[in-house]
Ligand binder design. Structure first.
Ligand code: AMP
Length: 299
């Protein structure tokens, strides 16, 4: 089954203590779509400007990502730049140039309207809702977000949360949303906002799922060297949704394993700038790391 992914299709300029890389392919939808493409057919909905490099369109194509929903609009592509501190855990946004995203309204092609799995990757929550307005009831809808929307578009986000099955956020966002320090109390409060499946990401410490079947603690793959963690969260949720779309059986039966596949896909993302390593990764390497994690967590 296919996954419909909407989010930002961006150019990212990333600075780490070791290197600087301008205008890489980035954006929440790009990272999520490439990650999901290891497992299932992906339908991408996004908007880019006239300056979007052809080589990036080719890269999407190499991953067999369907581009009927990618609009080229007059103006510049969304551009984000960020800088990491020495420990690579703290990131500072240096600039966000919205470009075409400022007036973008997602259009879902007819062929995508019955996609069973829908990932509303990070973009303004009002735009995420507009995608749901255009599709028939999918099997499983997950939304991602970021602190920016919690701060400037909370009402839109709360409306969206009533319409999704799952919500993925990181621990500091969960604290900001619920005013709860304790992660388990935060999970409970987020369920009360609508989603039945809530995943709180904890960076290199993995993630926690709370679902109708209870809690699951998902490990992160133990990486010795992180080059650039940009897009790791998007790769995690993209990999998870791709795996779910590819697996037989119910979401409840598959979601734990799907999270582990997402976690491993995100580990490859962290090993290179932007999508550089993810795009060179083979499915067999993902399977190998999943096996390693299985051994590491068995007791
Ligand atoms: P992550 O590291 O998982 O938080 O995702 C980083 C990606 O989010 C980068 O590729 C950025 O292009 C994208 N991004 C940054 N700011 C925004 C924003 N305001 N809305 C949507 N996507 C963004």
């Amino acid at each position: 089954m296919s996954v419909l992914i909407v989010g930002t299709t961006a150019l990212d300029s990333i600075k780490t203590p070791k290197a600087e890389n301008p205008r890489l392919l980035g954006g929440s939808a790009s990272h999520a779509a490439v990650a999901a493409s290891f497992f299932a057919p992906v339908n991408l909905v996004g908007g880019v400007g006239e300056d979007f490099p052809k080589k990036y369109v080719e890269l999407y194509r190499r991953h067999k990502i369907d581009l009927q929903g990618l609009q080229t609009l007059p103006g510049k592509t969304f551009h984000w730049s960020g800088e990491y501190e020495v420990n690579m855990n703290n990131r500072r946004t240096l600039a966000t140039d919205l470009g075409v995203i400022e007036t973008y309204s997602p259009v879902v092609p007819k062929a995508y309207q019955k996609s069973p799995f829908v990932l509303l990757a990070n973009i303004a929550p009002a735009l995420q809702s507009r995608v749901l307005d255009q599709i028939s009831r999918p099997k499983f809808v997950v939304a991602d977000s970021m602190d920016l929307w919690l701060n400037i578009a909370l009402a839109d986000l709360l409306k969206l949360l009533k319409r999704v099955d799952g919500f993925v956020l990181n621990d500091s966002e969960a604290q900001l949303l619920t005013k709860e320090d304790n992660i388990f109390n935060a999970l409970k409060k987020i369920h009360q906002l609508g989603p039945k499946y809530v995943i709180i990401k904890q960076g290199s410490h993995g993630s926690i799922l709370s679902s109708p079947k209870g809690l699951f603690i998902c490990p992160a793959y133990p990486l010795k060297k992180v080059v650039d963690p940009t897009g790791a969260g998007d790769s995690f949720v993209g990999g998870m949704m791709g795996y779910l779309a590819s697996a037989r059986g119910s979401v409840d039966a598959n979601i734990r394993r799907a999270m582990v596949y997402g976690s491993v896909t995100a580990s490859f993302c962290c090993e290179g700038f932007g999508l550089n390593t993810t795009t060179k990764t083979k499915r067999a390497q993902i399977n190998q790391r999943v096996k390693e994690l299985e051994k590491l967590t068995k007791f």
